[in-house]
Design a protein around this ligand. Structure first.
Ligand SMILES: Nc1ncnc2c1ncn2[C@@H]1O[C@H](COP(=O)(O)OP(=O)(O)O)[C@@H](O)[C@H]1O
Ligand SMILES: [Mg+2]
Length: 286
């Protein structure tokens, strides 16, 4: 009797499972997270207008734009801090409502904000598990937390002198990587990093960018807000430009020069996206 083969054909071609999985991810066109026509207004300020964004598993999308372009607002709509007014947020291809931070966390969105919100007086383990301490018979299970903290840091190739030293004694770069590691405790699928290298020197920046690479290797979808074109060129696959709350281009990083990205940020650009946005704007005002 003939049986249907629901299994993917790659299995029959003898491709190792790991590689097949990568191909699947690559072939899969469904983004983990997509924003479709998202708008957000604060009183008289239209912070976002008709914004589109897609991010796939194993992809780093840099979100760039001048001050006031809407980057933080966009991130906060995804994180559930500011619910959207119009448009649709899709999670793995299905529309979802994100009205509060809990909704975003429940889906698998983790956000690392610029202020990091680490507790200086607690050690690395304490910070990683802050608010979600592991319990054993009603008592905080320091041993397991420390073991898991070590495992997590080692998976991410993060080197910290000791997981038992207070956060206050770490460098800026080490604090940033701890804050990112903390975001991974809840096993998210999308990680949003708001200007993770803004306050860091060259070497510490490299440490954080290395970690972003690890996140991609772990098949996470990463949204990286950055002002730094060198960082964007170094780690992002795609760059999405916002200008005055609207999309102003989405580029493949390896095929796009720094100058092209900068002119999309400043508006000194003429490309298919801006022409289309211009036409739509003109239609809307007719
Ligand atoms: N909570 C808020 N209330 C009122 N206006 C806001 C608020 N947050 C942001 N805005 C306005 O929305 C626009 C986009 O800001 P923002 O998202 O912070 O830009 P970016 O992060 O790209 O610098 C700005 O005009 C800003 O003043
Ligand atoms: Mg901002």
């Amino acid at each position: 009797m003939l049986t249907a083969h629901p299994s993917a054909p790659y299995l029959k071609r003898g491709i190792p499972a790991g590689q097949a999985a990568k191909e699947m991810v690559h072939v899969s066109a469904t983004p983990v997270l997509a924003l479709r026509g998202v708008s957000k207004r604060f009183g008289a300020v239209q912070a976002l207008t008709d914004v589109e964004l897609e991010v796939h598993a194993g992809e780093v999308v840099a979100l760039v734009g001048d001050n006031g372009a809407g980057k933080s607002t966009l991130v906060k709509t995804i994180a559930g801090v500011h619910p959207i007014d119009e448009g649709v947020i899709e999670w793995e291809g299905k529309p979802v409502s994100i009205n509060k931070p809990h909704d975003a966390q429940g889906l698998g969105v983790a956000t690392v904000y610029q202020d990091l919100a680490l507790c200086d007086n607690l050690d690395v383990v304490g910070n990683l598990y802050l608010g979600r301490e592991l319990l054993h018979r009603g008592v905080i299970d320091e041993v397991t937390m420390e073991k898991k903290a070590r495992e997590l840091l080692s998976t991410l190739s993060i080197r910290i002198p000791s997981v038992r030293i207070p956060i206050a004694s770490l460098s800026g770069g080490q604090r940033q990587v701890v804050a990112i590691a903390r975001a991974l405790i809840g096993e998210p699928k999308v990680v949003i990093l708001d200007e993770p290298t803004a306050a860091l020197g060259v070497e510490q920046t490299a440490q954080v960018l290395d970690l972003v690479e690890r996140l991609r290797e772990q098949n996470l979808a990463v949204i990286l807000i950055s002002h730094n074109m060198a960082d964007v060129k170094a780690v992002a696959d795609t760059v999405a430009v916002l200008r005055l709350g609207r999309n102003n281009g989405s580029f493949s990083v390896k095929d796009t020069s720094q100058e092209e990205i900068i002119s999309a940020i400043t508006g000194a650009t003429d490309n298919a996206v801006t022409r289309r946005a211009g036409r739509r704007g003109a239609e809307a005002t007719q």
